[in-house]
Structures are given as C-alpha cells and as structure tokens.
Write a new protein. Structure first.
Length: 439
C-alpha cells in the first residue's frame, strides 16, 4: 500500500492564482448577485461604486447568515458541485463569492445580519501573502461599527453586505485613465446586469439599484414588440442518462427552446435597435441564448451547428436549462459558459431550421421588397449566383437612349454593364453590417 503524504496548497500562491480565473468586472458582479438571489433569497440589491473610489458595496435584503453560515460561505469550496441543488439555486461550486471578489480586490469583507445578530468576516489577501496561511479575519462588534461608519453603510434588519476594498483591477497609467476605465466599467456593468438578470427584473423577482439608478431589463428578444415573431415553446425530454434519480417525474427533466425573430431594424425605435445590437452588432448576436434557472449564462453563436449569416442575424433562440445539468453542459465556475453535450446538440440541430426559418423568410421578404421597389436595378440568377444589373426598361433610361446617337448608345450600354460588374459587393456588405449606410 503506498504511503500517503498531505500536500496542501500554499495559501498565498493558490489564492493569488485564483485571481486570474478570467472574471471581468461585470461577470464578477453577476456572480455576487447570484448568491444574493439563490442563497440569500433577496429581492432587492443595491450596488454602490463611484469613480475615484477604490471600494464597492453590494447589499441585499435577504435572510442573512449567522456566524456559522458566514464562516462556511467564506470557505473556498464551501459546497460540493456534485450536490443536488434546489431548482432556484444559481450557485454550483461554492467558490463564486470568493473567486469573483478576489479577481477585483485584495480585501473582501462580508457583513451579514440574521435575526438582529450581525456577523462579519474578511479575507485580506495581503495578510495571507505575508503569513502564507488561510487567515480569515473574524470581526468584532467595534470593528464592524468602524467599517460601516467609514463607508456609510447601513445594516438592515436582515440581509448581507459584500464590501470590496482596494479594487486593483482598474487599468490606466494615471488617475484620469483609471477614472475613465472605472466609469466605462460602471456603464458596461449596468448593461450586463440588465441583460443577465432581465427575466428576474421583468418578473419583479428582484430589483437592482446601481448608484441610485434602478436597472431596467434588457430583453434581447424584444419580447412585447409588435413585429417580434416567437415560435411556440418546444420542450425536449432528456435521455434517461441525464436524469438524476431524485429528479424523476419533475419538470426539470426537459430543456425548453423558444425561437425569436427580431423586427426589421428600420421598423423599430432607435432605443430598441440599441437593445437588439447588444454592443456586438446583430450579426454577432444571432444564435443561442443559454439560460440557467432564468439567469442568462451565454449568448450568441450556433455551437458549430451553422455559420453566421446575414439572413439569420435576426434569429435568436432561448434555451432554458435546469441547474441539474451543470456537469453535462460543462458549466464553468464563472457561470459565463455552457456547452451542450453531443446528444443535445444533435437534438438542437434537428430543431434549428424551424427556429431560424422565420428570420430567413423575413430577410428574404425584405430583400425581395427592396428589389421590387427599386426602379433602376434588376436582380437575376446566373449559375446559382445573384447578379445585379441596371434596369434599362425605365422611362428615364429609354428617354436617355433615344436622345443619343448610335455610337453614344453603344458607349452607354458598355458603361452600364461595367458599372454593374464593378459593384463593390464586399464593401457594401461590410458597410451594411456596420450600419454605415443610411437607408
């Protein structure tokens, strides 16, 4: 029998490695909010973070934690990823609170009030760096009062405050650049949280207040707009190999797919166009939108099942996945990525054409309408490829021809063919995709 040696990781090295998991500022905030919703049962969340400040607070009105629960929550890997979760649980690995916070700051303090008993604990990375051990600071009443006074924090009857101090994820060579980066991250985070939690906000399950601004839901499907097309929800029963024994006979045994086709962009308000764009453009935002317990995990792209196309840029597919399938869908620790297993991808491919067909029809219809309205251009197919030419049957063209000599008519005919052949298709495609052409 082999000899067993205990080789615990060096606390300082390990915790500083965790800082490089790849969280963005926005995804780190979203991971913290997951805890407030899933474990804290909160319905109100307040975020305070201002330019030129190096601290941030996230406060919720949930049930709070007692000291035992708090110490467990501050422990890395506080829950097993293999544990069966409640269907509303947004967590998985028992690391999100810590890893998300460590990615942005060097000092994480959690203050929680449950049944009028306040507890607080702090991970100070500089202390761990010096000691090389897992030294969690448990704050006493006076230390808690000093901290809340310093940052003007109010402890409610119940709930939790997450405090980030010494936020060092900011980028810039001087104060102005750092402040600009900070302001950009605030704006980006507001949009990100409005998108990620849009279903919670729409259903009034939570409200998120960021710097005294109530975030409005950012619905990527423009649901409720008159010209948005929605397919009926399609439920796929899971193969038996995916169903946990304790989950049998529950709704969790299915994945739900809903196809959406956005309205033509020239038919909706500019504000709705900005929502549909999602900052990446229509072309990049087409594809599957993966939700885990109503929380958006990832969006855009077709998982290799089809290519990006201009004809499908209005197509988006909502996919609702229960948290019981985290392992099968390769959910990452940051909850920014989920990948369907091969059997589910096969299922998705079968259904995909039905989901995107309305977008194809809408785009083809819009194209046909445009060419029909055009007075001076004609479209025909040659060997399977569309060719464009100047329409010589218009009254203007005929009148011009009749006024010319035979030699001039031949010259005009040659010029017309060369103009059509010289049409800069590639640049037109780029300009249309980048919305650089005013229609």
């Amino acid at each position: 029998m082999p000899k067993i040696e205990q080789t615990p990781p060096n606390a300082a090295n390990f915790i500083f490695s965790l800082r490089k998991l790849g969280y963005s500022f926005s995804s780190a905030l979203a991971d913290i909010i997951d805890n407030s919703i899933g474990h804290g049962e909160a319905n109100k969340i307040f975020i305070n973070y201002y330019p030129q400040e190096s601290w941030l607070s996230i406060q919720d009105n949930g049930i709070g934690m007692d000291k035992k629960d708090l110490l467990n929550a501050m422990t890395l890997g506080s829950s097993s990823p293999e544990s069966i979760r409640s269907e509303n649980d947004l967590g998985r690995f028992g690391c999100g609170l810590k890893t998300a916070s460590f990615s942005q700051c060097t000092k994480l303090t959690v203050i929680s009030n449950q049944k009028n008993t306040v507890s607080a604990a702090c991970w100070n990375l500089e202390r761990i760096k010096q000691s090389g051990t897992w030294d969690l600071e448990v704050l006493n009443k006076n230390e808690i009062n000093d901290l809340t006074t310093k940052y003007d924090l109010t402890i409610d009857k119940s709930g939790t405050i997450i405090l980030w101090e010494d936020i060092d994820s900011l980028r810039g060579k001087d104060d102005q650049e750092i402040e600009d980066d900070q302001a950009a991250k605030i704006d980006e985070s507001k949009s990100h949280l409005s998108l990620v939690f849009h279903r919670f906000i729409e259903e009034k399950l939570i409200s998120i207040n960021f710097n005294h601004e109530d975030l409005k839901p950012l619905n990527p499907f423009l649901e409720g707009k008159a010209k948005t097309h929605q397919t009926p929800i399609q439920h796929f029963l899971l193969p038996s190999s995916f169903v946990n024994q304790s989950d049998k006979d529950k709704d969790q045994q299915s994945i739900a797919f809903t196809g959406y086709t956005l309205p033509p962009m020239n038919s909706i308000k500019e504000t709705d166009q900005e929502v549909a764009d999602l900052g990446d453009g229509l072309a990049q935002s087409q594809g599957f939108y993966i939700y885990r317990n109503k929380r958006l995990i990832s969006f855009g792209g077709w998982f290799g099942l089809k290519k990006y196309q201009a004809l499908t840029e209005l197509a988006r597919v909502k996919v609702d996945v229960p948290n019981s399938l985290d392992e099968d869908w390769a959910t990452d620790v940051k909850k920014t990525k989920m990948v369907p297993p091969p059997s589910v991808k096969k299922m998705m491919k079968t259904y995909l054409q039905k989901l995107i067909q309305p977008s194809l029809d809408r785009q083809n219809g819009a194209g046909a309408e445009a060419i029909n309205k055009s007075q001076h251009w004609m479209r025909a197919f040659d060997d399977g490829y569309a060719q464009y030419s100047i329409n010589k049957d218009t009254d203007e063209y005929k009148e011009l021809v009749s006024s010319l000599t035979k030699d001039k008519r031949l010259l005009l005919d040659k010029f017309s063919r060369e103009v059509a052949a010289d049409l800069p298709y590639d640049q037109l495609y780029v300009d249309i995709a980048d919305k650089q052409i005013k229609k």
